[in-house]
Design a protein around this ligand. Structure first.
Ligand code: MTE
Length: 332
């Protein structure tokens, strides 16, 4: 991640030489935060630790995964990252249970190696990627994104990955491909939730092709400078920062290019509550609750002052154009 000397060897240049000054200064800010607080333990040692991330821990448990600071516009928010213990202890991953603490408790039995991702459908070069080959397809970047859940909470997470567009370009979508579907693992043996009927398994998600190609759409393999903990979607997930968190499918097994809008797990479960687009929008409430404000996880519990939710989760400058002329009330 940011803090290890061999990142520089990896870049072949000093960070200040490759990173715009504002971003570099912000990186120093993050370093200071890491040194002072939650991240302190991360500096102590990275290698040879247990492969399981448990809630309440600091980074330093999983194999390191370094990323160079991203220069994609909007990819690095100035906000303070959520503490690792909160980002890994308060999760939605229904395959491992519906309680927020279930994934951290149960996901350790998920086997993330060997793992393959099948890329198929309307592409000229369909392929099955081994996860470690996929991981090396393009240089890993660090991006610090806000993620806003439809339930009214948000986090700020330093992800490690690269633009999904890098993969999409390599498989060459055909002219008829208009959507990308993400199909995630549904393994009854290791995922207790899959034996129940709360969702139509496997969990699937979808994006319009231009959304999937947007440089902010991240194929993530790590967070906090390490491989993803299982509860956060190991070994690979997408992160779409301007959409509600459920659009960010975890533990992806297949990526399929289609002409028709694919069904999505939450839309199938409750179409009037969860639309295909699911762009963060304080002006369009969920039928059962307001989307005008949010609670930042780690900020003083239930009684902390709420923050105002921003249109497209604050990424309007980067992604607003994708929806020009669309009625966002209808296309919620
Ligand atoms: N992916 C799968 N496979 N299964 C899930 O239940 N939950 C979604 C999304 N991806 C989910 C999933 C929801 S509702 C949210 S809010 C985010 O993952 C949570 O990601 P996080 O736990 O890393 O914060």
């Amino acid at each position: 991640m940011l803090i290890r000397p061999n990142d520089r060897a990896h870049n072949h240049s000093e960070p200040s030489a490759i990173t715009p000054r504002a971003i570099y200064e912000q990186r120093r800010e993050l370093l200071r935060w890491l040194a002072a607080g939650a991240g302190g333990a991360a500096m102590a040692g990275w290698a040879g630790r247990s492969a399981l991330a448990q809630p309440g821990q600091s980074p330093g448990r999983l194999a390191a995964l370094a990323g160079v600071q991203s220069t994609v516009a909007g990819a690095v928010t100035m906000e303070k990252p959520t503490e690792y213990k909160d980002a890994t202890g308060y999760n939605n991953f229904y395959e491992f249970g519906t309680d927020k603490t279930d994934p951290a408790r149960n996901a350790h039995i998920l086997k993330t190696r060997p793992w393959t991702v099948e890329v198929e459908g309307l592409v000229n070069k369909p392929r099955r990627f081994d996860i470690d080959e996929l991981l090396k397809l393009s240089p890993q970047e660090e991006r610090i994104y806000r993620l806003r859940c439809v339930e009214g909470w948000s986090m700020v997470i330093p992800w490690v990955g690269y633009s999904l567009a890098e993969l999409i370009r390599r498989v060459q979508p055909q002219g008829s491909a208009k959507y990308v579907e993400f199909v995630t693992l549904a393994d009854k043996a290791t995922m207790p939730g899959v034996n129940g009927r709360i969702l139509d398994w496997p969990y699937t998600e979808g994006l319009r092709l231009d959304e999937a190609m947007h440089p902010l759409t991240l194929l993530a393999f790590g967070m906090y400078g390490e491989l993803l903990p299982n509860q956060n979607g190991a070994p690979v997930r997408v992160v779409v920062p301007w959409k509600y968190g459920f659009k960010s499918a975890k533990s992806i097994a297949r990526i399929r290019f289609t002409e028709k809008e694919p069904g999505t797990a939450w839309n199938k479960a409750a179409a009037n509550e969860y639309g295909f687009y699911s762009n963060v929008n304080p002006g369009v409430d969920h039928p059962r609750w307001s989307q005008a404000t949010e609670r930042r996880i780690g900020e003083g519990g239930l009684f902390a002052k709420k923050r105002k939710t921003e249109l497209f989760n604050g990424y309007e400058a980067q992604v607003g154009q994708l929806y020009a002329g669309m009625d966002l009330r209808k296309n919620y």
